[in-house]
Design a protein around this ligand. Sequence first.
Ligand code: FES
Length: 331
Amino acid sequence: MQADGREIRVRVRAISEPAEDVRLFELVPETGAATPYPAGSNLTVTLAAEDRTIQRCYSLIGEAPADGAWRIAVKRMNPSRGGSAAMWALAPGAVLAVTEPQSHFELAVGRPDYLLIAGGIGITPILGMAERLERLGHHPRLVYAARTRRQMAFLDRLRMLLGDRLILIVDDEGGRLDFAAEIARLDPAGETYMCGPAGMMDAMRAAWTAAGRAPTSLRFETFGSSGSRPVVPFTVEVRDHGQTVEVPADQSLLDALGDAGIELAYDCLRGECGLCAVEVTDGAAALDHRDVFLSAEQKQAGQRLCACVSRAAGRITIDTGYRPALSRASQ
Ligand code: FES
């Protein structure tokens, strides 16, 4: 279960599409007001997905609620792990449960320079950070990458805000993000905030390390929806429970284990906190890491897997750390 977060019922007031395959949801609490939050915060949404209930975290758009509503944006994923399909099935008027905004991706103000990097739907937390930094007079540079220009959300708002400090990198127009060059132009005491797919994070972290920058000055969040393998069903032997669990393509390992009665602790649901990590005892070669919690070395070793976002192909064996309590007779 999630570590914290009071549940609030919200009504979907409006839905719009700010980019191709992206839907923006305006959520209004049924009682009380949409509370302020630090830029980069997210809502955990409880959703009905077929015959089960799932939770997904989505970044709040902008640096504050507007017109009494929280706003989140959800990209349509195909295949979906369940969250995007359930969100895209919602219509205005729907009521759902969310947590209070929670902040796991905090912006530190007062640094001499800021670089913001967004990949695809990763623009969602970065937009609010850009707005906050701009309002405070920090004037960040924002590099926004996507496969096509049609997939880029909030472009007019960003252009108005940042002018020529908004840099668009569009794959199908031949654009390539030069991480080393972006790092080189950042003040040595500056900070980078980044949200994008795991592969982009890995490339940035490697360039950051190669440039000799302090690890604490690179802050990031991901959305755990991109891996190195296609999304396929896989089989998990859960050694300590003596169970075998099938994980369908549209379900996360964490959710599949939960449905089988095997509850793991979790928090971020985005591959960042590591709370849901399980030990892998067999099948390392089949793993598809989609988190940013484990280091490149840990991923290479294949001994741990973040169950909320990472997957596998074929069959793996895991140990969740569950140990049945000793009976009195055996103590
Ligand atoms: S719940 Fe945070 S990494 Fe899985």
